[in-house]
Write a protein of this length. Structure first.
Length: 471
């Protein structure tokens, strides 16, 4: 250990920054976040520094003096020539004041670490000034692992600390808190349900001590959106849940690249559905989720896109709640937004579409989709059809029959955001032919409306031309 790590309480205590440029502003933000009573001294302040700090700190445009340094708990020197910084560093050392000179580790009594800030919970990463970029990369990795509401969980625990101390014998307190942080009440706080968590906590601590037991392995289900396929579009929360899961039940649209991010020893069950091939019936999936949670497992139900957009997430949520299983939802980037971005196509555009409608082209028992074709044709805005490849001919015919123009632009995005992505585009009348000639098998999204003309991709003429050239 090259330096001793310590967290200093700066709340309402004087801190000084000598300098008025960008480096001084960066340090000022840290000091203000820590609650310091902050003064900045510089011959001249940069306009952005003055604009941001003039109501939050004392800004003195003058040369600093020794008394300024001696009055502070700690001092930063930034945006200052080396020789001048050396002089102020000597004064600070003589005064016994802790000093940091930005980018001059030889002059520093302490270095500023990379910080992961979760309120009451703070993680500091230091390379002792040797490799600041490495410290920032480590911070990014740790950020992805720590829930955003971790500080709220610490605040929650602090609120009940004295009560638990009063109602539990000394030898029982540690096990109480260990069970608490692994249990369902903590999960409620992290999920944002503090009202429910307080009710559960009050009910628990009001019981006799012999009954104050938190189930250490209560089991829970997280319904998680995996996004359209690109692992970089997975949310940080989804990644964190995948790395904590005991069991993962995943769909056909979940890519291998995303599954590879999961905890290595997690059990994995494929429960995907394809056209006319329901590998596992929906009722059986719901029963398995309930069974695994009751075994005390942390279960992730992983769905392509967003679980609440044509993903049956609502059905599973209802089934789990009816079975009194703790269940939480982690949204994902839905296929419509992911595929549109992959095709460089805006779903809404001030010049072309003021609204967007999502529908499914899939119906029970291979029937035609039961949609209000008149209403959809009359909208004249963007229409996005999920699972519409096999019914493309019907979709095209019905929309044209009910008034949508034959020349309305369409785009088809297959395996959007993935390495094998394919995009073809043309007119609404050409839709079935585009799918046939383009070799579209799915999963694919149909985008119908003026914005589709802006999409990347090949037209029918371009596809046929390439085929003839190859022949």
């Amino acid at each position: 250990m090259n330096a001793f790590p310590a967290h200093i309480d700066l709340k309402d205590r004087p801190a000084l920054i000598i300098g008025g440029g960008a480096e001084a502003l960066a340090k000022a933000r840290l000091m203000l976040a820590a609650g310091a009573r902050l003064t900045l001294i510089a011959r001249k302040f940069a306009p952005e520094t003055k604009a941001e700090l003039q109501t939050r700190a004392y800004l003195l445009e003058r040369q600093p003096v020794a008394a300024d340094i001696e009055a502070a708990v700690l001092v930063f020197i930034a945006d200052t020539p080396v020789e001048e910084a050396r002089r102020w560093a000597e004064i600070a050392r003589m005064a016994g004041v802790l000093l940091n000179v930005v980018d001059q580790p030889a002059f520093c009594d302490f270095t500023t670490p990379s910080i992961v800030d979760r309120g009451r919970v703070t993680v500091s990463i230091s390379t002792a000034g040797a490799a600041p970029v490495l410290g920032k990369r480590l911070r990014a990795d740790i950020e992805a692992l720590l829930p955003p509401r971790l500080g709220a969980l610490a605040d929650f625990a602090d609120r009940y600390r004295d009560t638990v101390k009063a109602t539990n014998a000394p030898e029982a307190r540690r096990s109480f808190w260990e069970a608490f942080f692994d249990g369902p009440i903590a999960a409620q706080v992290l999920a944002g349900d503090e009202t429910g968590a307080h009710e559960a906590m009050l009910a628990l601590i009001n019981r006799p001590q012999s009954e104050q037991k938190i189930e250490t392995n209560p089991g829970a289900v997280h319904i998680v959106g995996a996004g359209p396929g690109d692992p970089d579009l997975l949310t940080i929360k989804a990644l964190r849940l995948l790395q904590r899961a005991d069991v993962i039940l995943y769909d056909r649209l979940v890519s291998d690249e995303i599954l590879n991010l999961a905890r290595r020893d997690a059990d994995r069950y494929y429960v995907g559905k394809a056209k006319s091939n329901h590998a596992v019936p929906q009722e059986e999936i719901e029963a398995r989720l309930i069974e695994l949670a009751r075994e005390g497992k942390m279960v992730v139900r992983l769905k392509g896109g967003d679980p609440f957009v044509f993903g049956r997430g609502g059905e599973e949520l209802e089934a789990l709640r009816n079975a009194n299983i703790p269940v939480f939802v982690c949204p994902g980037v839905t296929a419509a937004t992911g595929c549109a971005a992959a095709a460089n196509m805006a779903l809404t555009h001030r010049d072309h579409a003021q609204a967007v409608t999502f529908v499914t082209g899939h119906a029970k028992d291979e029937a035609d989709p039961a949609l209000d074709w008149s209403a959809l044709a009359a909208l004249k805005n963007t229409l996005v059809v999920y699972m519409g490849v096999t019914k493309a001919e019907t979709i095209s015919a019905r929309l044209i029959e009910h008034g949508r123009g034959c020349e309305t632009p369409v785009a088809i995005v297959e395996n959007g955001t993935r390495e094998n992505q394919k995009i073809v585009k043309g007119s609404l009348a050409e839709l079935p032919r585009l799918i046939e000639v383009g070799g579209i098998k799915g999963p694919a999204l149909l985008v119908i409306g003026e914005v589709a003309a802006l999409a990347d991709g090949e037209t029918l003429i371009e596809i046929i031309g390439k085929e003839r050239a190859a022949a």
